[in-house]
Design a protein around this ligand. Structure first.
Ligand SMILES: [Zn+2]
Length: 116
């Protein structure tokens, strides 16, 4: 997964194309059990302030539960967002460098800087 929690991303398509937000949650795709693990569901991300849906929250016995309509972010396909490079500020594709100790680091394919 090239996108991580805490990254800033830009929306590539849909009504909110061009908007940016911080990744709140990454939901990796899972193998589909109906398909013998051949097809994976797609990776999804939740981006702060993007793809808001109105959710009707029913009042429960718990007084502290907020009732009525609440807005929250819905997840979207990770393929709909691009990582924004913290160095050059542009939406970019991510490459990987291998370090001498075998670990992988991400880098920006536009400016070449390593992304934390
Ligand atoms: Zn860059």
């Amino acid at each position: 997964m090239r996108i991580r929690k805490g990254d800033t991303v830009e929306i590539l398509s849909g009504d909110e194309k061009g908007k940016r937000g911080e990744v709140k949650e990454v939901i990796p795709g899972r193998p589909n059990p109906k398909n013998m693990g051949k097809a994976r569901s797609k990776d999804r991300v939740v981006v702060a302030g993007i793809n808001l849906i109105k959710k009707h929250q029913r009042r429960t016995g718990n007084v502290s539960t907020q009732a009525g309509i609440i807005e929250r972010e819905a997840s979207m396909f990770a393929s709909k967002v691009a990582l924004v490079c913290p160095h050059c500020g542009r939406p970019t594709r991510v490459g990987y460098h291998f370090m001498p100790d075998g670990s992988k680091v991400r880098y920006c394919k536009k400016c070449g800087e390593v992304i934390g």
